[in-house]
Ligand binder design. Structure first.
Ligand SMILES: Nc1ncnc2c1ncn2[C@@H]1O[C@H](COP(=O)(O)OP(=O)(O)OP(=O)(O)O)[C@@H](O)[C@H]1O
Length: 252
């Protein structure tokens, strides 16, 4: 479980996160949703230890992230950042092996090769294994980055907007894959998502943020009401049910 207690954060005297206390359950998929500038990425950066905690505390499985050594954290959480810019000439295969670094420290063992192989298959990246990351399309690169996060074999996968650059087909593919990873490998996935419909279709838990605060939390089916959506996004849209999932019809 990720336990966030009284987390506040300010930049130049401007409060960005206001005394946030929230628990992210272990197992399954949790989606962080909310309007632009709500503080999702800032909260994410704190959980991922990319930002120093000014006030408050975050523990993951009881470990205080401010006092856990980097090497231990690297075996607990794997992160996909929004600004993962890979400029180097590195192949897909090598990129995945790079994800294993906390385990092999530059000297891959049989287990590392096996995990990279199975990840290439799991993410249908076999055909791209020799390709340089720089030569891939935005969507292909995004898939490689998620695969690299997966092959770190951590209990927690933290993904900031993993659907960036993905078309309709690949977004759905990735969400299904993440669902499978959560179910079959008992990993905990926490992701920032812009599309509440993907959260509704695939997440177990949803945290809705607004103005640096957590406004709503719970199962998507319970949270996705017209009133809540209006509060969270300022959008009035009908909510319908499709195959047991709430879907927001906000396009018209
Ligand atoms: N380093 C910074 N300096 C000043 N303001 C910042 C900084 N980082 C974030 N902010 C502000 O904090 C607020 C929250 O930003 P954040 O990126 O966390 O929102 P978000 O919910 O992830 O938004 P989006 O959906 O647009 O990605 C915004 O108003 C942003 O401008």
């Amino acid at each position: 479980m990720i336990d966030i207690k009284n987390l506040s954060y300010a930049v130049d005297g401007v409060n960005i996160l206001h005394n946030i206390s929230v628990q992210i359950p272990k197992g399954g998929i949790t989606a962080l949703v909310g309007s632009n500038g709500a503080g999702k990425s800032t909260l994410f950066s704190h959980i991922a230890r990319l930002e120093t905690i000014q006030q408050g505390q975050i523990t993951i499985d009881g470990m205080d992230i401010s006092h856990t050594p980097n090497r231990d954290m690297a075996k607990l959480i794997a992160i996909l950042r929004q600004d993962n810019v890979i400029a180097s000439r590195i192949t897909v295969e090598k990129m995945l092996m790079f994800g294993r670094y906390p385990y092999h420290q530059g000297h891959p063992k049989v287990e590392d090769y096996e995990i990279v192989e199975s990840t290439l298959k799991q993410f249908q990246l076999d055909a791209l294994r020799e390709r340089f990351i720089t030569d891939l399309s935005g969507g292909q690169r995004q898939r490689v980055m998620v695969a690299m996060v997966f092959c770190q074999t951590t209990d927690y996968l933290l993904l900031d907007e993993p659907l960036n650059n993905l078309d309709m087909y690949h977004s759905k593919q990735l969400m299904k894959q993440l669902r499978q990873i959560a179910d079959d490998y008992q990993r905990t996935i926490v992701m920032v998502l812009h599309d509440v419909n993907y959260a509704s279709a695939y997440a177990d838990y949803m945290i809705g943020m607004k103005n640096g605060e957590v406004l709503l939390q719970g199962a998507p089916a319970a949270l996705l009401t017209e009133d809540n959506l209006n509060n969270l996004f300022g959008v009035k849209a009908p909510v319908v049910e499709v195959n047991g999932h709430k879907m927001v019809m906000h396009y018209l």
